[in-house]
Design a binder for this molecule. Structure first.
Ligand SMILES: [Zn+2]
Length: 206
């Protein structure tokens, strides 16, 4: 190894480690990203997609979800997206959106069992759709009580809103990716600034 190689790949130091995503945050982000707003795709659009997702991602073993359960899951998901965006950007969602989320949350009692090490844990696998989504509600509540929550974010590009884990050292990332959304948002702001500058110039000329 040459000294140059060493510079490119420094040994991580304690306290200098970029945060790794805990499983709980991973599950929340996975649920939010069943909808790709940018691409106009939604895994939970129909019960078949929701069913496949539950079995593959949540080791679900119960009967297939109904149309109503699928619609309710979409409501819960978008409510959670608002909650994640809220703590990232400081804007509270409209009161009617919060009412909608609260009405959704009462449908999902949080299931817990005592694990062999004496901690409360979620029963695996979930056998009803309500239990599977109740476990996700627990994931959000428990994640909110941990330092990881500050790193669970949705992209600030309103046309994207993709969920991601900000593993950067400073935890100040605003977009799912600088290349895809960061530059787009910067270009948009730049154009807006130029527009306002040219409007001011026009007004001065008049
Ligand atoms: Zn984005």
């Amino acid at each position: 190894m040459t000294p140059g190689d060493k510079l490119k790949a420094p040994e991580p130091k304690r306290g200098d480690l970029v945060a790794t995503m805990p499983a709980r945050a991973d599950r929340i982000i996975g649920f939010l990203n069943t909808r790709d707003i940018d691409q106009g795709q939604d895994v939970l659009k129909a019960p078949a997609g929701f069913d496949a997702w539950l079995r593959q991602e949540r080791a679900f073993t119960g009967p297939s979800p109904s149309e109503e359960e699928t619609e309710a899951a979409r409501v819960l998901r978008e409510g959670f997206r608002d909650v994640v965006a809220w703590h990232g950007q400081g804007d509270a969602p409209p009161a009617q959106e919060l009412d909608r989320l609260n009405a959704s949350l009462v449908q999902y009692p949080v299931p817990f069992v005592v694990s062999p090490d004496g901690f409360l844990d979620q029963p695996q696998p979930a056998r009803t759709v309500a239990d599977a989504l109740g476990a996700l509600v627990a994931d959000v509540a428990l994640c909110q009580a941990s330092p990881a929550w500050a790193r669970v974010k949705v992209c600030q590009n309103p046309a994207c809103r993709w969920a991601y884990y900000d593993g950067s050292h400073s935890a100040t990332q605003k977009w799912c990716s600088m290349a895809a959304c960061g530059n787009r948002m910067k270009a948009r702001r730049h154009r807006a600034r130029r527009r306002s500058v040219s409007v001011n110039m026009d007004q001065k000329e008049r």
